[in-house]
Write a protein that binds this ligand. Sequence first.
Ligand SMILES: CC(C)(COP(=O)(O)OP(=O)(O)OC[C@H]1O[C@@H](n2cnc3c(N)ncnc32)[C@H](O)[C@@H]1OP(=O)(O)O)[C@@H](O)C(=O)NCCC(=O)NCCS
Length: 154
Amino acid sequence: MENNVKIKIRKMDISDIPFVYDNEIKIFGRSLGEKTLYNEILYNDLAHYYLAVIDNQRAGYIGSWFTLPNAEILNVFVLEQYQKRGVGNALLCKVIDLCKELDIIYLSLEVRESNLSAINFYKKLGFKREAIRKGYYENKEDALLMVLDIGGKK
Ligand SMILES: CC(C)(COP(=O)(O)OP(=O)(O)OC[C@H]1O[C@@H](n2cnc3c(N)ncnc32)[C@H](O)[C@@H]1OP(=O)(O)O)[C@@H](O)C(=O)NCCC(=O)NCCS
């Protein structure tokens, strides 16, 4: 894939559910589930889900919740063949822009402490390690809580 690709970020809709579900299972071994994703998209005003599209192909996804005055990233992935081309960055920047628009104070997320590429990815965008959540995952692995200070009114 060329480096100069045009990445389009758009809202997720219900036609994207199989893509998100299948790849969450493949990549993480678990998913919110198709029914929950459906309800989130149609009925949860706090949920903001986006797709990254390249040449009309779905390349990645990000899910977030805006539980004002803070927000959190639920999940993010980029398909392997599209990684390291700025797609993850574009997805996260979309959520960060929305945070700024909505005067959010903190944007947070949990990440496996072994997931060094993701930790590096978040650090690059300014996230800081805030705490460790002991035994957070099913296999009892710890999670890092990472936080980005958006700067909204405290
Ligand atoms: C983490 C992930 C979303 C990054 O997506 P991406 O599109 O490859 O990331 P980008 O190309 O936008 O990279 C942005 C920055 O993140 C960092 N980064 C990305 N992938 C990295 C890797 N494998 N190793 C180290 N740093 C990495 C780099 O600093 C990069 O900046 P640079 O290109 O200027 O060096 C992607 O690797 C992924 O989907 N991983 C599997 C799923 C996952 O772990 N999700 C996170 C769950 S918490």
